[in-house]
Design a binder for this molecule. Structure first.
Ligand SMILES: [Zn+2]
Ligand SMILES: [Zn+2]
Length: 415
């Protein structure tokens, strides 16, 4: 029944298929090239011949209904630099919008994905899921956007649309698995390619409207880092008179502090970086604890109603769980390598009935709420713009904890 509903829009359109049917057909689809255009490019790298335009003939950027030839910075292995890849985006479906990407934020997940920290992925792969740009063409049934609309795309570009999670607007927790913006199998069998590129085609239901007061360059980081913090802060009812600790003051953390402060909470930042105290206060923190070996946190035991842990690598949770009040929650949103999971001593949660939780981005409706909240509260990321070719240097700085606080790729500048 659910599948029938999902298919009623256009039963002949592969993009309207239910997830199960899609999976059933997957074996056939996998026989097709994973990414149109990439095969030709990969071959040309070996032969030295220029990259061939795949068929059907792609149209120049932004013109017609596609498919659209474009380019982006791709990873070709777990190690090694990202380099330019020419490829094509699909032709517009009835509900698709074609977006000229102006900016894309650089998220730690991008690095984890290319490095294979979360499992093997097919290469070449273009990552990036903090996309901000402008609509340049729309499909015949698009109703939410027009050419010229300022829009964004976050971490997902599709979901099954009929499971209970999708129906309540939690597409990020789709029971059948949503389609991630990159390194994910799309409904046509290709592997999705992300926002480190100049152009993308996305179903309008997974496109966000960027409020006019938000600078387009500053919008991208809200779509992953921002919603990843906003959703758990809302879920765990952060509000006035609540004491909140934010672990880590990076791309996520610096937005988490602003969001929690705007929700009225008293915010403490816990960071290993001794030089971030002033920044933390500027973002709205009341207190800053420097987390270094040997520093004693015992006087902060049972101090916090909620801890948002944004650290994207393995660390000692036993240091932080005792800082929770009875029945309070520490929620992890940073995820490190799967091969080095965090350990924790059960006694730390038993002693004051605390909870250890996780949270993964937010649904589309909630992401729009977050954008509107940020516009109203004047919350924005602190960004450093880089040209596309600067991405490898930016990744090195992110890994060395030198980002202050989000690199944003500017697709319109070179050099
Ligand atoms: Zn991200
Ligand atoms: Zn679903």
């Amino acid at each position: 029944m659910k599948n029938q509903n999902a298919n009623s829009a256009d039963e002949h359109s592969p993009r309207a298929w239910g997830r199960r049917q899609f999976l059933a057909a997957g074996a056939t689809m996998l026989a097709a090239p994973l990414l149109s255009g990439v095969t030709a490019r990969a071959q040309s790298r070996e032969t030295g011949a220029p990259a061939l335009a795949p068929s059907p003939s792609p149209t120049p950027l932004g013109s017609g209904n596609g498919p659209y030839l474009t380019e982006g910075m791709a990873g070709y292995s777990e190690t090694g630099p990202l380099t330019l890849l020419k490829f094509q985006r699909r032709a517009l479906g009835p509900k698709d919008v074609a977006i000229k990407i102006h900016y894309c934020g650089v998220c730690h997940s991008d690095i984890h994905t290319i490095h294979g920290d979360w499992g093997k992925i097919p290469y070449p792969q273009i990552v990036g899921h903090e996309i901000a740009g402008e609509v340049v063409a729309i499909g015949s049934s698009v109703s939410k956007f027009d050419a010229g609309s300022r829009v964004g795309v976050g971490t997902m570009v599709d979901s099954c649309r009929h499971c209970s999670e999708c129906l309540r607007g939690a597409e990020n927790y789709c029971e059948n698995g949503n389609t991630q913006t990159y390194a994910s199998k799309d409904r046509d069998g290709t592997i999705t390619q992300g926002g480190y590129s100049k152009f993308i085609v996305v179903d309008e239901d997974f496109v966000l409207r960027i409020p006019d007061s938000i600078d387009l360059a500053e919008a991208g980081p809200l779509l992953c880092a921002g919603i990843t913090c906003y959703s758990p802060l809302r879920h765990w009812s952060v509000a006035p008179r609540k004491r909140v600790a934010v672990l880590g003051l990076g791309g996520l953390g610096h937005l988490a502090v602003q969001l929690a402060a705007a929700m009225g909470a008293e915010v403490t930042v816990i960071t290993t970086s001794t030089d971030k105290t002033k920044d933390a206060q500027r973002f709205g923190a009341k207190d800053v604890l420097i987390n270094q070996l040997g520093v004693d946190f015992s006087k902060h035991q049972r101090a916090f109603n909620f801890i948002l842990d944004t650290i994207p690598y393995e660390h000692d949770l036993n240091r932080f769980i005792p800082l929770l009040k009875r029945d309070a929650t520490l929620c992890r949103v940073g995820v490190g390598k799967l091969t080095t999971p965090n350990q924790y001593g059960q006694m730390t949660t038993v002693l004051s009935r605390t909870s250890l939780a996780g949270s993964n981005t937010g649904g589309i409706r909630e992401t729009q709420d977050m954008l509107d909240f940020c516009a109203l509260q004047k919350i924005k990321p602190q960004i450093t713009k880089i040209p596309m070719e600067g991405i490898n240097d930016a990744w090195s700085k992110v890994i060395a904890k030198q980002a202050r606080y989000r690199f944003v790729m500017d697709m319109d500048t070179t050099g």
